[in-house]
Design a protein around this ligand. Structure first.
Ligand SMILES: Nc1ncnc2c1ncn2[C@@H]1O[C@H](COP(=O)(O)OP(=O)(O)OP(=O)(O)O)[C@@H](O)[C@H]1O
Length: 380
């Protein structure tokens, strides 16, 4: 969808901001550009909508060289969201959002109706916020309007330059989550600039890690964290990359331990064979758990079974799993099928969680599926 072919940008004063850059972004893909200040991220971005012209090389959008496109027509196909939002202060939120479609000749009423839909989509109630002016909004709300406005002309491509950079960390995490949800619906092709590796990892299908004017690594988040391509990348993603990796590594069925299991309608065994057992209903769905102590008192499984609060669907992140363990002060959590039936699959313990993490790091380093990694062969 977007392709850079040996693109270089040298400014008039001799600064090489982007140096012989080649990469490709697939349709519907979200690529984050991350790196320290001044490494060329914004320059890369602005060359896509021709706010900056490359010195050398070519950029293709949908297979067509953008140098041949009319810049105004080109920008209609590209939504642009920046940190300083740039809303018109004298226009209401609804008018701000409807501006571009209106300029493109969409009838006023239609443009406003569409704008209201978009505001709802980014989490603003048009009946509450639509008639306000930008100064009557919080920073986070303004950013949402910025995103809604960029989507208004329904462009296939979105360029986002530190769109959530100016808001506090809590609001920022909200906006990131909302944006991920939105993106799963609208599936735009997105270039997203950030200097925050956490943000890059959370949002990106792939991450381009920038050094000075060059991409040092262009890979999926888990690979960048697990197998940094260069010492520079390793340093940039940080010593706590194991922690960051928790949030991008899913719980897999192969990570789970199989504890003793009893069914609700079973007669209670005297000896569970363990300090606790998982209790399932007649359809093998998770019901709860039972301790060896209560089993020893006799009675029925149903009588002693306790509800299981600490559980997760398979595919949830290891970070969520860890958070759930801490939240419930649980030494293990149950993992169920991700579908509606929620069949019990096994339990995750802290030791298994740690193994899953080590396995996924090693799997990436060796470019092999996680299930095939034998932990015995990993040093340390
Ligand atoms: N108009 C310009 N003239 C000269 N040099 C420029 C110009 N614009 C940017 N630069 C330089 O080009 C380099 C890359 O700048 P760019 O804005 O692309 O970086 P960035 O990675 O987006 O940084 P930041 O995260 O601080 O926004 C920097 O050294 C910058 O000083």
């Amino acid at each position: 969808m977007i392709r850079f072919e040996r693109v270089t940008k040298r400014y008039a004063d001799g600064t090489t901001a982007v140096d012989d850059l080649s990469f490709e972004v697939a349709e519907g893909e979200l690529v984050t550009l991350v790196g320290p200040s001044g490494c060329g991220k914004t320059t890369t971005m602005k060359m896509v909508n021709r706010l900056i012209e490359p010195t050398e090389g070519r950029i293709f959008l949908d297979g067509r060289d953008i140098a041949d496109a009319d810049p105004v027509e080109l920008r209609r196909r590209i939504g642009y969201v920046i940190q300083q939002v740039g809303l018109f202060p004298h226009k209401t939120v609804l008018e701000n959002t409807a501006t571009v479609p209106h300029l493109l000749g969409v009838k006023r009423a239609t443009a406003r109706a569409r704008a209201a839909e978009l505001l709802a989509l980014v989490g603003l109630d048009p009946s509450v916020h639509g008639d306000r002016y930008p100064e009557q909004l919080s920073g986070g709300q303004r950013q949402r309007v910025g995103v809604a406005r960029a989507l208004a002309a329904d462009p296939p491509v979105l360029l986002m330059d530190e769109p959530f950079g100016a808001v506090d960390p809590v609001v920022r995490e909200h906006l990131q989550n909302e944006f991920l949800k939105l993106q799963s619906e609208v599936r735009k092709t997105v270039l997203f600039v950030t200097h925050d590796i956490e943000e890059a990892v959370r949002l990106g299908d792939r991450i381009a890690v920038y050094g000075q004017g060059r991409i040092e690594q262009f890979d999926a988040p888990a690979t960048v964290l697990g197998a940094p391509a260069t010492p520079y990348v390793a340093d940039f993603v940080g010593a706590d990359r194991g922690l960051k990796r928790l949030s991008v590594t899913p719980v897999e069925a192969g990570d789970l331990e199989q504890p003793p299991v009893v069914h609700l309608d079973d007669a209670l065994p005297r000896d569970l064979g363990s300090r606790w057992a998982v209790v399932l209903d007649g359809e093998d769905n998770l019901h709860g758990w039972i301790s060896a102590e209560s089993a020893a008192r006799g009675g029925t499984v149903r009588e002693h079974a306790r509800r299981m609060e600490a559980w997760l669907p398979v595919g949830a992140s290891l970070k969520q799993a860890f958070a759930t363990m801490l939240q419930h002060d649980a030494g293990w959590i149950a993992v169920v099928d991700a579908d509606e039936r929620g069949r019990f699959l096994g339990v995750l313990t802290p030791a298994r969680l740690h193994e899953a993490l080590r396995r996924s790091i090693d799997a990436d380093a060796r470019d092999r599926p996680r299930a095939e990694v034998d932990l015995e062969t990993i040093g340390g």
